[in-house]
Design a protein around this ligand. Structure first.
Ligand SMILES: [Zn+2]
Ligand SMILES: [Zn+2]
Length: 256
């Protein structure tokens, strides 16, 4: 017996806060996505190599690490409880497994959606992906620049594009769109695609996103992303505008 059809869920699967290099606190992020009418928000702050070349020792601790990870998850869970009551927004914890390297062909970032335990990248991105998958996370290859495009890119991460046949079994989805950047080779290779905002600033709410059709529950969202079920890539601004128009039409109809 099947239940009623589920409404498509508008999802932000990749978002940063002041726990790493985002401009907003978790609470501010929740309010921004809640007020915009999103259904799912995953908080994915950076975990980096202890010898990360872009974060020399002594700099500000702009990342999640083993010592603050439990506080990070707790802070997300507290806001998740509020978000569900206030906005019916499902908030999930996560991390961005961030393997920076001076050589773009060795640099790779991956978003671990729903990861509640710590996964470090000191032993390489493959080990981190395996650890995160074992813990039930859904894994997304982030901003996978083609090697030729990585040189001038803000994040020179070309490993996923260079080694996609080797790395594909370790992830569930690939960013075809990150914010407004398109990685066309992902479509050409026939890899399962998502779009994320990689939100660092408030205006990143209204960029390209993913919609999925499943129950608005943590296990259902993770199972969907880990499966081969379809996703829909949408411009969030148009979805939010369409939903607002439908809501106001309903109000007008009810009042008439
Ligand atoms: Zn990244
Ligand atoms: Zn990111």
């Amino acid at each position: 017996m099947t239940g009623p059809p589920h409404a498509p869920l508008l999802c932000e699967l990749h978002a940063h806060t002041t726990w790493s290099d985002g401009a907003q606190t978790i609470g501010q992020l929740v309010d921004a996505y809640g007020q915009a009418g999103f259904d799912v928000l995953c908080v994915t702050d950076h975990v980096i190599r202890s010898d990360d070349p872009e974060h020399p020792p002594g700099g500000p601790p702009q990342h999640v690490h083993t010592r603050n990870h439990s506080s990070y998850v707790m802070a997300i869970e507290i806001e998740a409880a509020r978000a569900r009551v206030q906005y019916d927004l499902l908030v999930l914890p996560g991390l961005e497994l961030t393997y920076n390297d001076p050589d773009p062909l060795r640099a790779a970032h991956a978003v671990a959606v729903g990861l509640e335990t710590f996964a470090g990248v000191d032993d390489g991105i493959e080990r981190a992906l395996r650890d995160a998958r074992r813990q039930g996370a859904a894994l997304i290859a982030a901003h996978p620049y083609a090697p030729a495009a990585a040189a001038g890119a803000p994040r020179a991460t070309a490993r996923f594009a260079a080694d996609w046949r080797t790395l594909a079994p370790l992830v569930d989805r690939w960013e075809l769109i990150n914010r407004r950047d398109v990685f066309g080779w992902v479509a050409e290779a026939g890899l399962p695609a998502v779009a994320t905002g990689d939100a660092h600033e408030p205006e990143h709410v209204f960029t390209w996103k993913t919609m999925i059709v499943c129950r608005k529950e943590r296990a259902s969202v993770l199972a969907h992303l880990r499966s081969t079920a379809p996703t829909y890539l949408v411009d969030a601004a148009s979805v939010v505008a369409a939903r607002e128009a439908t809501a106001s039409a309903r109000l007008t109809y009810a009042a008439s």
